[in-house]
Design a protein around this ligand. Structure first.
Ligand SMILES: CC(C)(COP(=O)(O)OP(=O)(O)OC[C@H]1O[C@@H](n2cnc3c(N)ncnc32)[C@H](O)[C@@H]1OP(=O)(O)O)[C@@H](O)C(=O)NCCC(=O)NCCS
Length: 142
């Protein structure tokens, strides 16, 4: 798992397209990697992308190749990203997730994310988006 840079935009676009119906082009990903607060991590099986503004960070996406899911890669990506965020002074992390995305919700909840808002009919005018947040440092589970 290595820091995601503009050189990874082709692999990142491929991974994204395998996970989401509306693909992000290589160019869109390139633009994200050029944001001042951008950081991310990538490996051949998955990636995570975030943006930091002062003490807050937003997770833009996390995805794992379909054939490599349920092997702990999503957990590892999130863990590496949250540790990096904490070291960089982030105290609050936000994200949006489709209300019916049970796999992602379980993953985020296992890191202590909880719902702070809802955007009705946000995806395709049908599915609600849940806004989740967590505070850093993470409190280790007993
Ligand atoms: C969400 C996603 C990144 C999880 O990646 P992953 O590598 O399969 O996740 P992990 O193997 O690290 O699983 C971590 C935990 O998440 C939860 N989880 C993951 N997939 C799950 C599933 N299909 N059903 C229920 N829980 C699931 C479990 O709690 C799991 O822990 P466990 O295996 O010990 O039970 C992956 O399913 C994915 O790429 N989905 C499509 C893209 C997406 O929806 N991204 C989130 C957008 S907000």
């Amino acid at each position: 798992m290595l820091p995601l840079t503009n050189k990874d935009s082709a692999l990142a676009a491929e991974l994204y397209a395998l996970a989401f119906p509306r693909a992000w082009s290589k160019e869109e990903i390139l633009r994200l990697t050029e944001l001042d607060g951008f950081f991310g991590f990538i490996c051949p099986e998955g990636m995570i992308m975030l943006n930091q503004v002062q003490e807050e960070a937003e997770i833009y996406t996390v995805c794992v190749r379909p054939e490599n899911r349920r092997q702990g890669i999503g957990k590892k990506l999130l863990s590496v990203a949250l540790k990096h965020a904490e070291r960089n002074g982030v105290s609050k992390v936000f994200l949006e997730v489709a209300a019916d995305n049970h796999a992602a919700l379980k993953l985020y909840e296992s890191f202590g994310f909880s719902q702070i808002g809802i955007r009705k009919n946000y995806y395709n005018h049908v599915t609600d988006a849940l806004v989740l947040a967590c505070s850093l440092p993470l409190i280790p589970k007993a």
